[in-house]
Design a protein around this ligand. Structure first.
Ligand code: PLP
Length: 365
């Protein structure tokens, strides 16, 4: 059986470095807000090419804290793509703001810039662009629309560690970006983690306070904050993983290139990479009208796949108020997408096997 993602195998390659980093933290006696976090934040900011990075407990908090720090609250509307992971939407609702779902482009799966302006009202404050599956959203057009209407732009870069748009790294293309560092992401901790990147020093300062009870100075509380910090052990693990991110992304790109060249089945639509975009290939997502049929065939023939995501946010009981939203493109995508294995430990032979199984499938209902 070809696994979808074997995290044990991914991390085992760095066993010695991970052990050494863990020992360093255990013997430091400092477990929260210490040198490992400060170093990881510096290294990650340098990698993305921004002035500031602020580590937090997870990706949902990275986005929710950013919405909070930008000053948005009840009554404010934030535009979010309809086909994103539900956590992007929760980052909005956790602040009492109203998520307004916009349709994606059916070719790129990213927010469709032609479908943003119809969603802008007097209450709109920001656009959250999600670099879905690792392909940068069309940030030139998103930022142009935002500027015209006086809106902030936030990136959900949880799939896009190492992706780039016309030579600029995802995470440095807007007012502020939130990254998840969940174990399955391109840069994954050995537990939960998240980080925010921004060039705005004042915003970064506020975010540092908000993640630590709103405190700028010990026992002095400037904002009604929270406790959402990235701990020293995870920061140390992430420093090890960050040093290998480029080589891992390079391997993902090789596999993606191979799939794009080798998969030839008229029932299977391959992903597109627009000119000027560098994909991080967090997921390699194909489309197929009989998605479930293809998925079952692959499962029976030794290939495990996944679906990102089978039920869109507005169809979830948790977001009852959005259930009347009309999002036909989003719904069609949810019915047809299939994620193939793509990860740094997938071998050439396994990639060949996966392409062969897809090519031999007689796609019909
Ligand atoms: C993983 C993910 C998140 C949430 O991150 P957590 O670390 O699990 O809280 C947010 N948005 C997207 C697009 C994600 O894939």
């Amino acid at each position: 059986m070809i696994d979808f993602l074997d995290l044990r195998a991914v991390n085992a390659r760095y066993q010695d470095e991970i052990d050494a980093a863990a020992q360093r933290v255990l013997h430091s006696g400092r477990y929260i807000l210490g040198e490992e976090l400060a170093s990881f934040e510096r290294e990650f900011a340098a990698y993305i090419g921004v002035d500031h990075a602020v580590g937090v407990a997870n990706g949902t908090d990275a986005l929710a804290l950013t919405v909070n720090a930008l000053g948005f609250a009840a009554g404010d509307e934030i535009i979010v793509p309809g086909n994103t992971y539900i956590a992007s939407v929760f980052a909005v609702t956790l602040n009492g703001c109203t998520p307004v779902l916009a349709e994606p482009d059916a070719r790129t799966y990213n927010i469709d810039p032609r479908r943003i302006e119809e969603k802008i009202t007097a209450k709109t404050k920001a656009i959250m662009a999600v670099h879905l599956y690792g392909l940068p959203a069309p940030m030139d057009e998103v930022c142009r629309i935002a500027e015209t209407h006086g809106l902030k732009v936030i990136e959900d870069a949880s799939h896009a560690h190492g992706a780039a748009f016309h030579g600029r790294m995802a995470g440095g293309l807007s007012d502020a970006a939130g990254f998840s560092l969940y174990p399955t992401k391109n840069l994954g901790a050995l537990g939960d983690g998240g980080i925010i990147t921004t060039d705005d020093g004042q915003l970064a300062g506020k975010l540092r306070a908000l993640r630590n009870y709103g405190s700028e100075k010990r026992f002095e509380y400037t904002y009604p904050g929270r406790n959402t910090r990235l701990d020293e052990l995870q920061a140390a693990m992430l420093r090890v993983k960050l040093a290998h991110l480029e080589e891992e992304n390079q391997r993902r790109r090789e596999i993606a290139q191979f799939y794009l060249y080798a998969i030839k089945n008229p029932s299977v639509v391959l992903p597109v990479v627009p000119e000027g975009s560098t994909h991080s290939w967090h997921q390699f997502v194909v489309r197929c009208e009989n998605r479930n049929g293809l998925r079952e065939y692959l499962e029976k023939n030794g290939v495990r796949t996944d679906v990102h995501y089978p039920v869109p946010p507005h169809r979830q009981p948790a977001l009852e108020s959005l259930k009347t939203a009309s999002l036909p493109v989003t719904e069609k995508i949810a019915d047809e997408v299939l994620s193939l294995p793509i990860n740094p430990v997938l071998t050439d032979g396994q990639a060949r096997e996966i392409a062969d199984r897809i090519n031999e499938w007689k796609g019909s209902f």
